[in-house]
Design a protein around this ligand. Structure first.
Ligand SMILES: Cc1ncc(COP(=O)(O)O)c(C=O)c1O
Length: 374
């Protein structure tokens, strides 16, 4: 069977080279006679793998030495709580910039845990199709929270809000290592791995050491597993880590390094995204849903001309039918997972690091044909 081009928002495609290596080592990794799936996490075979993965993150992201790199479980959603439990502890007040579903969920979780949430800016007025400009934040906040790349809405910060002494927290689940980032501008960065780094199961946390509280300082009732200290003191091995996912992560990091690191990968990402956005911006049949200046390189939602309708039942049914037809015919052509999120409608192409330019060109070629026929 031939492989498809997978435009899934996550879990998503992985570099073929990495998958082949994993396959080759499935029965015997590094002469151990075992798969990494079978290894004890405390073994001399596994420990170098997690250590190397951490070293690669430090190298590729140029992580300053006063930051901890942690591998934890529970996905991005658990970080929504852990950020509040570990950082929202002094003034019990935080500022959130509302840019769509994932930022809202994070704010709701903080509120749920008793942290007062100030929504200091929002792009709700235009269905989150842009990133609000917040140049400077001040106030008695424990932290300022942003979702750096909004997977559903397809928006991305092209600037870093200036927060002075207030730690800036960023959810980079869908843009981690897709670009160069100055880690020192952030107090904490987290990212679920299942889009740009690995299969699902591990979440990367990069946190400035002085922000990691002593256990008794965390919000009351914080479980041991939800304290950053637990993971930082135990080299991310307080309990059994997702060993196989970390092994694949390490291979993906090596692949990123081979492709020029964050800088080299970013160049390829810009080329891919420009190719697709240029096509959308010049098309009479399709249009992108996001504003220029806020566009994600990773997630590209788009609608067809049938979305500009009078809202009648008939017109809406026609639009729905066209979208369904697009997704079905694309799938038959080997281009999968292009259905848009219900909050935006239409289609969404997620073109993470591992998506090739060939994949993006194949998509645009299909789109051209579809537009001609419909
Ligand atoms: C930006 C962002 N943050 C958080 C999440 C939630 O991640 P998880 O499913 O790992 O909890 C997602 C999921 O797609 C996401 O796109």
């Amino acid at each position: 069977m031939s492989r498809v081009y997978n435009f899934s928002a996550g879990p998503s495609c992985l570099p073929e080279e990495v998958l082949k290596e994993c396959a080759a080592e499935m029965m015997d990794c590094n002469g151990t006679g075992q798969s990494v799936m079978e290894m004890s996490h405390r073994s001399s075979a596994f420990e170098p793998i997690i250590e190397h993965a951490e070293a690669q993150i430090r190298k590729l992201m140029n992580v300053p030495s006063n930051y901890k790199v942690l591998f934890v479980q529970g996905g991005g959603s658990t970080q929504f709580a852990m950020v509040a439990q570990n950082l929202g502890i002094n003034r019990k007040k935080a500022a959130y910039i509302e840019t769509g579903v994932w930022a809202k969920k994070a704010a709701a979780e903080a509120k749920h845990l008793g942290v007062e949430v100030d929504v200091i800016a929002s792009s709700k007025d235009k269905n989150y199709s842009y990133i609000p400009r917040v140049e400077k934040v001040s106030g008695d906040y424990d932290y300022v929270y942003v979702c750096f790349n909004n997977t559903i809405m397809g928006t991305h910060y092209e600037y870093i809000p200036e927060t002075g002494d207030i730690p800036l927290v960023a959810d980079m689940s869908s843009c981690i290592l897709s670009e160069e980032i100055d880690v020192s501008k952030f107090g904490l960065i987290f990212a679920g791995a299942q889009k740009n780094l690995a299969p699902a199961g591990v979440t990367l946390v990069i946190v400035r050491e002085d922000l990691i509280p002593e256990p008794e300082k965390c919000l009351p009732g914080t479980p041991t597993m939800s304290m950053y200290k637990t993971h930082s003191e135990n080299g991310s091995m307080y309990n059994t880590p997702p060993c196989y996912t970390i092994y694949v992560l390490d291979k993906v990091l090596n692949w990123i390094e081979k492709n020029g690191g964050a800088k080299g990968i970013n160049k390829l990402n810009v080329e891919k995204a420009e190719y697709l956005y240029n096509y959308l911006d010049n098309s009479e049949f399709y249009h992108a849903t996001t504003e220029k200046g806020s566009r994600s390189l990773m997630n590209v939602p788009f609608l067809t001309k049938y979305s500009d309708n009078d809202g009648s039942e008939e017109a809406q049914a026609k639009e729905k039918a066209i979208n369904a037809k697009f997704v079905k015919e694309a799938e038959a052509a080997g281009l999968v997972n292009l259905k848009g999120h219900r909050l935006v409608g239409g289609m969404r192409a997620s073109i993470y690091n591992a998506m090739t330019m060939d994949g993006v060109k194949a998509l645009v070629k299909f789109m051209e044909e579809f537009a001609k026929n419909n």
